[in-house]
Design a binder for this molecule. Sequence first.
Ligand SMILES: Nc1ncnc2c1ncn2[C@@H]1O[C@H](COP(=O)(O)OP(=O)(O)O)[C@@H](O)[C@H]1O
Ligand SMILES: [Mg+2]
Length: 399
Amino acid sequence: MSKAISVVVIGRSLSQQERTHLRSSSQTPLAIVAELPNAPQVLDELNRLRPQAALVLLNGDLHHSFQLVERIHQELPATAVICSSEDNSPDVILQSFRSGAVEFLRQPLAESEIATVFAKIEHSVARPEESHLARVIAVYASKGGCGTTFVTANLAASLARLTRKRACVVDLNLQAGDQPLYLGLEPNYSIHDIVRNFDRLDEQLMANYLTQRSKLLSLLAAPTEIGKDEDIRVEHVTRAIALLRAQVDFVVIDPPRMLNEITIAALDAADDLILLLTLDIPAIRSAKRTLDIFNRLGYDKKRIKVVINRFSKTPEFDLKQVEKVLETSVFATIANDYQAAIASINVGEPLVLSKTQSRVINDFNLIAGKLTGFREETELPEAPRPAKSGWTSIFGGKR
Ligand SMILES: Nc1ncnc2c1ncn2[C@@H]1O[C@H](COP(=O)(O)OP(=O)(O)O)[C@@H](O)[C@H]1O
Ligand SMILES: [Mg+2]
């Protein structure tokens, strides 16, 4: 599990710049596990998430904000509260400390101050050996067709099978999510339901919106109806990820290619960023550009894992050359097996769960093992499901 300090931000959503600042300025990696408004249910949510730090952005009704700080201080003594405001008058700072804050940060958030504050609290916060929060993994490729959707589905299935823990795929291809096809599911709910019920969203409601494939593998689907994607905003996505963190063990995200606000919020939330590419010039160039962007976004190199999909030894490219071009090492490769891949998609069963013989399965298990430290012991295939043709779901089977 990641050793980052878990932080919940309260008051308002962070701007992209603030989020980047927070993630990159501290020596200690920070995981922003949720951004919550100062609403009545905030304490329930904190009780579930039990973050190591809470950053309270003081705005609006100051009295109300300080009351919240006091309650966090009393009810969650293991959570270090940091107050932050544009108003850094002695009065506000004093009130912050009186309410139970251990630190105060001026706004706009300055990198050096964030670093100092988190270095100080790092020693005081409780650091459980193994966090109960899920590990969030995003599989990203800036070029289409690299296999993001295939890899997300199979990696989630492989993680669940290997560790016997719960994995949830989050399909953020809001206009045309393919995950139901790849996972053989017919979702009744989607991220759009989160938007509709955002005010009363909690862990239980969130659980209803997941489509289970098995006890260990589920999907938060993209909207199934055209046009529904338009209402989905960053806060819905970050909230969904935050709630899932408390509910499952692995959240595996299939983000859209376009680096919009939502994509970046998902990448920000990820403990591991799998940068996927295939061995061809356009994909390598596009991966190189993506690494530059990740660098500019302040993403820690340790989070980024380069994975080559559809890998076969070719005379044109060897891995060493690719590593030289990308200036980073390759974390893993996934073999090229078109027959097996396409057959698994057509029946809607992740390849790693099928009885097919393919090197691809082995490669996914290696990646799942490398990410988690788990080793495969005995084969424990999932209970067989009736094979369902992907074609039926496209061309209108029963719904
Ligand atoms: N390791 C692989 N070997 C062979 N074919 C693959 C592999 N991974 C993905 N594919 C194929 O590539 C195609 C595109 O995959 P997909 O996951 O939809 O890409 P993306 O989501 O990046 O656009 C699919 O037809 C899939 O079967
Ligand atoms: Mg895709």
